[in-house]
Design a protein around this ligand. Sequence first.
Ligand code: FPP
Length: 252
Amino acid sequence: MSPKPAKDVAAMMSARHVAIIMDGNGRWAKRRGMPRSVGHQAGVNALKRTVEAAPQLGIEWLTVFGFSTENWRRPASEVSELMGLLKAYVKSDLARLEREGVRVRIIGRRDGLPADILAIIDDAEARTARNDRFNLQVAFNYGGRADITDAAVRFAADVAAGRIGPGGHLEAEFGRYLSTAAGPPPDLIVRTSGEQRLSNFLLWEAAYAEFVFQDILWPDYGPDALRAAVQEYMSRERRYGGVDADDVLAPG
Ligand code: FPP
């Protein structure tokens, strides 16, 4: 058998799906004596730089945590600022994302989101639905527990109706009910700002992800930091609960 082409090796090595907890906007602004809103705005620019850099690093899926189900606890002005930023981001970048073959998906609970945000989400998803060069998932009004709970309710209904029966691969079946079902699980989860928590992000999907915590505030993020995270990921050895092939004794 001929050796695998280099392209396959590169695909195996690089993190196919990177998920990012974009943390530190508030601290970035505070250090500059500016309001938190300025930090969030700078965070959108960092997001733009990161989305642009990701495909060049061999990344095929990028999932970012834009607004969590817990973020409703922030002051109303900050909540509406974050809603406004999603709107502004889609408005300013959708045409380019559409042209460049990026498929956009917004994951998370639709319930509770204002009508104008829902319209923006539907438009972004519909206009990019045929794209397949790169996948951008924005977790918005997303929480891992909420997503698992919502999936469990629909899963239970399908079990009760006999649409899912015993004997199937129930774990894989269940995964199809999550809002992340369209893509592979994340290979790498990055959190910026030095915090080392998952904060209810991709709880189910993180089962075998590698974690990289970077001591950089999100508004300062960009291609170099993303490359460093992917390089760190590539230096890790993933075993998925098995053992390293070199550690298995040959029989006899
Ligand atoms: C964490 O910083 C960041 C967020 C809660 C939201 C992330 C949002 C953006 C990057 C803006 C763009 C969003 C979209 C959806 C386009 P923090 O406010 O918790 O920072 P702190 O921990 O320093 O206070």
